[in-house]
Design a protein around this ligand. Structure first.
Ligand code: DGL
Length: 269
């Protein structure tokens, strides 16, 4: 096993939400080590300007490249929507994948009727990044998008099966469901936690596309193709680096990750 392949994968997000992607990666690629970066001091990104998000994304990318990662995964839909170019320009020589690419591929493959719904933060939806990516894959598909700004705070509050969240979901999804979509892309790190509730709201005819799971699939394919998969016997190691450790970080983080977090490091920027 070459030392080159034993290097960790760098995964980053605006905060704790990207741990849904880490969770999917742990299940799909249990041998791969991961360095996770969450910008918990400056979250949320979903309501910030493009220039600010680009600036923050460049800082995080440089930090992870300094950790000798073999691949970068943009786990944050908002960063993937408006700052993927910033990452690609810096990460020369290593593969970069993101949740929008993975979610778009899966949605096109699973929408035989050619109608896809996308939900995300206001910045993600206003960027039109999902629609552009989906149309690049199949120009005939119709995309119906909806910003759901209240979902992030509701998930962080732990209201995963709460009447307020249910009512909010019905309200947000009404226009998308009226278009009789085949699938609904959960275009935000936080939304996979709402899957059981959203499944009730959308009904059995609409497929939910979980961008965390699809990203782990894409990462597995990409590592194989690049000859970078780790096949050794050493157990994977996980590092969590954040810019702030707020009071409830441990509880929220473990909810997203589905297991205990272990040591969390804080960088001082
Ligand atoms: N991680 C963000 C996303 O996936 C959601 C949280 C935020 O607004 O920063 O879009």
């Amino acid at each position: 096993m070459s030392a080159r392949n034993a290097r960790p994968i760098g995964v980053f997000d605006s905060g704790v939400g990207g741990l849904t992607v880490v969770r999917a990666l742990m299940e799909r690629l249990p041998l791969e080590s991961i360095v996770y970066f969450g910008d918990t001091a400056r979250v949320p990104y979903g309501v910030k300007s493009v220039a600010t998000i680009e600036h923050f994304t460049a800082q995080i990318t440089d930090f992870l490249l300094g950790q000798d990662v073999k691949m970068l995964i943009i786990a944050c839909n908002t960063m993937a929507a408006v700052a993927a170019r910033v990452v690609a320009e810096r990460a020369v020589g290593i593969p970069v994948i993101d949740v929008i690419e993975a979610g778009s591929q899966a949605a096109v493959a699973q929408s035989p009727g050619g109608r896809i719904g996308v939900i995300g933060t206001p910045t993600t939806i206003n960027s039109n990044a999902y629609a552009r990516r989906i149309h690049a894959l199949d120009a005939r598909v119709r995309v119906h998008s909806q910003a759901c700004p209240l979902f992030v705070p509701l998930v962080e509050e732990g209201w995963l099966d709460h009447p307020v969240t249910r009512m909010t979901a019905h309200e947000y999804l009404r226009p998308v469901l009226a278009e009789e979509v085949d699938s609904l892309v959960l275009g935000c790190t936080h939304y996979p936690l709402l899957k059981p509730l959203l499944r009730d709201v959308v009904g059995p005819g609409v497929r939910l596309i979980d961008s965390a799971v699809t990203t782990a699939e894409l990462a597995a394919r990409c590592l194989q193709e690049a000859g970078l998969a780790h096949t050794g016997t050493l157990p994977a190691s996980y590092r969590y680096v954040v810019t702030d450790v707020p009071l409830r970080f441990q509880t929220i983080g473990e909810r997203f990750l589905g297991r205990s977090l272990g040591l969390v490091e804080r960088v001082d920027w």
